[in-house]
Design a protein around this ligand. Structure first.
Ligand code: GLA
Length: 718
């Protein structure tokens, strides 16, 4: 320092410029995020920074340097990103920087590849990054390449390794069970390891969803705090591992769960991990969600920027007990409601073992001749004649032990040799790793579509997870079973999509057991939960809204729960609206309300699906939930307010809105009212400036508060 002090100012300036952006800094950046590394050929690759974007002049000040992607077996004693055992038994990987390649694919997308290799062993690792400038989203994955002459063994293979250096770390996880999906829980991380994972194989996120928020220094709210929102694009076993080391630094490893999946990489073989998707916001979780939703609609969900059909599903109305006549009658219900499509659920198939309960028939995808003597094509024709489209339920990855498929192909099933078969919902999983099984699944969809080209929708279910698992196709080496099952599923979906690129398919897994961006490439929406009680749904849909766009979150009006039809409808309208209800059980008022609700939804859905979501009051914090969607012009918004279980004389304060133009005037209009009911919201018909609404707020509740009631408000600027 003393020496520098003696130098002339001009020289100092040039030194600081030199330090300002060291030549070996690698930038993975978006509009508001910098993810910075230092790569010097032959040396370790370091992560220097991940957070809000900095001026380049500040790069030189970055003192933090953590090995970016740690190979096991060398100096680092905490959790590694990758672990390799070489043919000679050497269990170490020393990754050194080779080069970086950056390509601007278009004005929004930059792709970066950082090449690493071991100086002694011919194992190479490429770190891939895609940065989406406008949406502030980065996706990252890793390739591990064996250039050695023999097999190497691979037991850890993270998609990403992120490092943080903060005072405190708060993790929000989303967990649950069947009928209790996406429960939100925030806790402070402490020294050591916290893992969120799945070992369930199929229906993989039944207990834990592959999504999280991580807030640094202090808990993030919807509008404040530094937060990362992350998710893995993988429809199988995943693992998020959070480790705080002895210096209070945090490393976050994401990827496929290495559980029971140590496998050999052959000479010349490359293993590619799935993508980890994340965004960073320094203004809370709300912005992080909006970033992910915008990105997902554009880049991750099939036809994510397209509209969706409203539908009537027969599941909760009939279960498997129906016949042709009953179904055709139900079409009238769909017509009366004014929805676009009728969806025939489980129970339409099987002849030797007809599907009259959940014990038989899975795998025998022929129409039940007793229930449907004229087949699916008749139903499609009848529906079309009534002006509605027709869709069908399939569970193609499964087989009932009582089925012709099982009798013909007992070796197509995942099950342990020399042990009793283990059932869940009386069913077994097909061995999707076997190419013949892949053909079978593709063919069943293909044949169905060839026979019924007007079939307009599929609900693709998956009602069990893997236990007692063994693939007869893989024989002695079962090490890639979990990985190859998911890859087998993707291969099938790729074939279906190559031939039927835009057919809407809803992903379902015994409720919300499969909700991830690995699958949403091929699916247009998902089924969040079999729990359709609307109070429960407020929480469940709230959970999903943190990571997924609204047009993917199927939300149906059903008879579950004792709440008013208005409340049930208003809750379903915050997502992708559908019905699963006996329409002929509705009173004339209820039917007329539902008809206008469907019309109303058609008019409001562009805002609900494609607008910006602002979660205003969380049901986790108050006995109500309030959220709003604002369209891109900020001229129109829709607000949903749900009062849950209330105390006597409960008081709710005004709610400050978000996302409006401060200077514009907005008209408040209550909508979705029961026939003959007058608006109950005291603000109905009033005009306010955006500034007022955002700083002082709006009374979103009716004058007389009642439990389990709801209000829908349109906020319109002329
Ligand atoms: C699962 C789904 C339901 C319904 C049934 C049919 O439970 O989540 O929506 O399709 O299967 O058996």
């Amino acid at each position: 320092m003393k020496k520098i002090a003696l130098l002339s100012t001009a020289f100092l300036f040039s030194i600081s410029l030199l330090y300002a952006q060291p030549a070996n800094i690698i930038e993975v950046s978006t509009n508001h995020i910098n993810y910075l590394f230092t790569g010097t050929p032959g040396a370790t690759l370091y992560q220097n920074y991940l957070g809000t974007s900095l001026k380049k002049e500040s790069y030189g000040n970055l003192k933090d340097a953590t090995e970016a992607y740690v190979g096991a077996g060398m100096k680092d004693v905490f959790e590694p990103a990758v672990r390799v055992v070489h043919a000679d038994g050497n269990p170490s990987l020393d990754l050194r920087f080779v080069k970086v390649q950056t390509q601007k694919t278009n004005s929004n997308l930059t792709e970066t590849i950082i090449y690493l290799k071991d100086p002694v062993y011919l194992t190479e690792v490429n770190l891939h990054f895609k940065s989406f400038y406008n949406e502030d989203v980065i996706t990252t994955w890793t390739e591990i390449i064996n250039k050695e002459k023999s097999n190497i063994s691979l037991s850890h293979y993270a998609s990403s390794m992120l490092h943080f250096n903060a005072d405190k770390y708060f993790l929000t996880q989303f967990h649950g069970d069947w009928a209790r999906e996406m429960d939100m829980l925030e806790s402070e991380l402490t020294s050591g390891i916290k893992i969120i994972d799945s070992k369930l194989g199929s229906r993989a996120n039944m207990y834990q969803s592959p999504v999280f928020f991580l807030a640094n220094n202090r808990q993030a709210t919807e509008t404040e705090g530094e937060v990362i929102a992350g998710t893995l694009a993988w429809t199988g076993n995943f693992q998020f591992l959070f480790e705080i080391d002895r210096t209070n630094r945090l490393r976050v490893l994401t990827g496929i769960n290495p559980f029971a999946s140590t496998f050999s990489l052959k000479p010349g073989e490359t293993f590619s991990t799935p993508e980890f998707i994340f965004t960073y916001s320094n203004s809370g979780k709300g912005q992080a969600s909006r970033n992910l939703q915008k990105w997902a609609r554009k880049y991750a969900v099939l036809d994510g920027e397209e509209s969706r059909m409203t539908l009537l599903n027969n599941w909760e109305a009939t279960h498997v007990k129906f016949d042709e006549e009953k179904l055709v009658e139900l079409f009238d219900g769909a017509k009366q409601l004014g929805v676009d499509l009728f969806l025939l659920d489980d129970g339409w198939f099987g002849n030797k073992y007809p599907r009259n309960d959940d014990k038989t028939g899975l795998g025998d995808w022929q129409e039940d001749r007793k229930k449907l003597p004229n087949g699916i094509s008749y139903l499609v024709k009848e529906a079309t004649a009534k002006g509605i489209k027709f869709g069908i339920w399939l569970e193609p990855e499964m087989v009932s032990p009582k089925s012709e498929l099982y009798e013909k192909h007992p070796d197509w099933v995942l099950k342990l040799p020399n042990r009793e078969e283990a059932y869940q919902r009386n069913q077994l999983i097909l061995d999707l790793i076997n190419p013949k099984v892949q053909d079978f699944v593709f063919d069943l969809v293909d044949k169905m579509m060839i026979k019924n080209p007007d079939l307009a929708y599929i609900k693709w279910d998956n009602n069990r997870f893997m236990t007692n698992t063994y693939s007869p196709y893989l024989k002695k080496d079962q090490s890639r079973l979990y990985i190859d099952y998911t890859l087998g599923f993707y291969k099938i979906m790729q074939r279906i999509r190559a031939k039927y690129p835009h057919l809407p398919i809803m992903l379902c897994a015994g409720g919300g057991g499969r909700t991830d961006y690995g699958a949403l490439k091929y699916f247009t929406s998902f089924w969040p939960s079999d729990n359709t009680d609307p109070v429960e749904r407020v929480f469940i849909q709230w959970g999903y809204s943190n990571f997924f766009p609204t047009n993917t979150i199927s939300s149906h009006v059903t008879s579950m729960g004792k709440q008013s039809l208005k409340f049930r409808t208003d809750v379903a309208m915050m997502g992708k609206l559908g019905y699963d209800i006996k329409v002929n059980g509705m009173t004339p008022d209820e039917l007329s309300f539902s008809r206008s609700a469907v019309q109303n939804y058609k008019q409001l859905s562009p805002i609900i699906w494609f607008g910006d979501l602002y979660r205003l009051i969380s049901p986790y914090e108050q006995d109500r939930a309030v959220l709003m969607y604002v369209d891109s012009t900020k001229n129109k918004a829709v607000l949903f307010s749900y009062n849950l279980y209330l105390r006597k004389k409960q008081i709710f304060e005004k709610v400050k809105l978000q996302g409006l133009y401060p200077q514009k005037e907005y008209l408040i209009k209550e909508t979705n009212l029961m026939p003959g009911s007058l608006a109950e919201n005291p603000e109905n018909g009033k005009l306010y400036t955006g500034e007022y609404l955002m700083n002082i707020g709006l009374n979103v509740s009716p004058a007389k508060l009642k439990p389990v009631t709801s209000t829908v408000l349109e906020i319109i600027s002329e």
